[in-house]
Ligand binder design. Structure first.
Ligand code: AP5
Length: 220
């Protein structure tokens, strides 16, 4: 069965962590606009440089750029797409609806991951990722088994993101509440919304998402 879903939530809610589990457990395809934009910024092109400045400030990149990135990736899809960090504005949500209907696909569920701001600061300031395989870690809640070495691929290229600091996080949160949180009502009205407790342990969050996708969890 093919399922296309959106993981919706503020920075640090655990979208990337849960998306990677869904890829592994269900063979779904993760489409993270954040990852695509980080790849664009490291390309060194003029567009990449402009994107880097906007991301480091914690602001949103233009709808035009991110919709273009998603359009390029919307083929294949295995057991379905996980939209991680997209859409983030009402304009992007409308564009996604249009793109899915043009390609004969549907949106099956929007999972809102609820986490309070205090926890988000702790999560963002403690996060690091593997530069080789993308595995996400945390100083306290998910350290590597051997310090400085990725558990998954053995790489020692562990990094912190340039926008993972308290100043940039403040702007990212403001952008979320101003521009992205209206999507909660937008998808509720379309009867697509399910809320999960993003403050729970990672395995418990995964179980709540699985219940939502298998139709056994409560709807918003
Ligand atoms: P993006 O890369 O999408 O970042 P984000 O939305 O800010 O989300 P994060 O990746 O920071 O957090 P996450 O929810 O994935 O949490 P994670 O699983 O890592 O976007 C970055 C920037 O790109 C934006 O600011 C913007 O400039 C631009 N951009 C991207 N998409 C855009 C779009 N559509 N439109 C315009 N601009 C766009 O978890 C965080 C930490 O918590 C980790 O350390 C993890 O180990 C830990 N953790 C996770 N779950 C738990 C748990 N249950 N309990 C304890 N710890 C946990």
């Amino acid at each position: 069965m093919t399922i296309n879903i959106i993981l919706l939530g503020p920075p640090g809610a655990g979208k990337g962590t849960q998306a990677r589990r869904l890829v592994e457990d269900r063979g779904m395809v993760q489409l993270s606009t954040g990852d695509m934009l980080r790849a664009a910024r490291s390309s060194g092109t003029e567009m990449g440089k402009r994107v880097a400045e906007v991301m480091d400030r914690g602001q949103l990149v233009t709808d035009e750029i991110v919709i273009g990135l998603i359009r390029e990736q919307l083929a294949g899809g295995g057991a379905g797409f996980i939209f991680d960090g997209f859409p983030r504005t009402l304009g992007q949500a409308d564009a996604l609806g249009q793109l899915l209907s043009e390609t004969g696909m549907s949106l099956d569920a929007v999972i809102e991951m609820q986490v309070d701001d205090e926890a988000l600061v702790r999560r963002i300031t403690g996060r690091f990722t593997c530069g080789n395989c993308g595995e996400v870690y945390h100083d306290q809640t998910k350290p590597t088994a051997v310090a400085g070495v990725c558990d998954v691929c053995g790489s020692t290229d562990l990094k912190r993101r340039a926008d993972d600091n308290e100043d940039s996080l403040k702007t990212r949160l403001l952008e979320y509440y101003k521009k992205t949180s209206p999507l909660i009502g937008y998808y509720y009205a379309k009867d697509k919304l399910t809320q999960v407790d993003g403050l729970a342990e990672m395995d418990e969050v995964s179980a709540q998402i699985a219940a939502a996708l298998d139709g056994t969890g409560p709807k918003a």
